[in-house]
Design a protein around this ligand. Sequence first.
Ligand code: TMP
Length: 209
Amino acid sequence: MAHGRFITFEGGEGAGKSTQVERLGERLRADGHDVLITREPGGAPGALEIRRLLVEGAVERWEPVSELLLHNAARHEHVCKTIAPALAAGVWVVCDRFADSTVAYQGYGQGVARDTVARINALGANGVSPDLTIILDLAVADGLARAGGRADVEDRYERMGADFHERIRAAFLDIARAEPDRCAVIAAAGDADQIAAQVWDTVRTRLSI
Ligand code: TMP
C-alpha cells in the first residue's frame, strides 16, 4: 500500500488553522483519500495530558527548555502512536502544528538556542517530517483579536505579549524562506472560502495530485 502524505499547518494565534485543517480534510476525503486530522500538542492520550500542562496556567510556569522537552515528549507520543502508523497504512495526515511551532515558539519566542531546538525536535519527530507545510500568515493584532474572542482556558501562549507574537510571525516567515520546497505561505486575512481554495490549489500543485 502507498505511504500516506503528511501535511502540516502552521501560524500564529488566531490565524484560522483549525478551520483550514478541517476544510482540507474534507476536500481530500472528497478526492478519495483516507484522512486523519490531528493537532499538536495532542493526538495521543499521553500527548493530550501534556497539552494541559502547556496551554493552561501561568505564563512563567516553565523554564523554556522544559517547555521544549514537554512539547517534544508530546510529539514523540503523537508520532509513534498515531502519525507514523497512519502514514504506514496509507492514510493522509493533516496536522494542526508540528515541529516548526517549536522552532517558532520555544526558539524565536522563548529564546532557546537554535541547535538545542533542532536536536530535541529531531528526537521528538523520530524521523517523520512534513511533505508540505502551509503557513497561514496574519498580522499579530488581527490574530490576537480573533483568538481573544474565544472563551478558552487554553490561552497561556496568547498571554505572552505582542513582541513575543511578532517574533513568532517572523519565525514562520524565516522557516518558509529557508525551506521553500516544503513550505508555502498563504495570507490568512481574507475570507475562509478563498483561503481554502488557495490551500487546495497549493496542495494539488505541490503534491502533484
Ligand atoms: P493551538 O492553540 O494551535 O492549539 O496550540 C497550542 C499552543 O501551543 C499554541 O499557543 C502554540 C503552542 N505550541 C508551542 O509553543 N510549541 C509547540 O511545539 C506547539 C506544537 C505548540
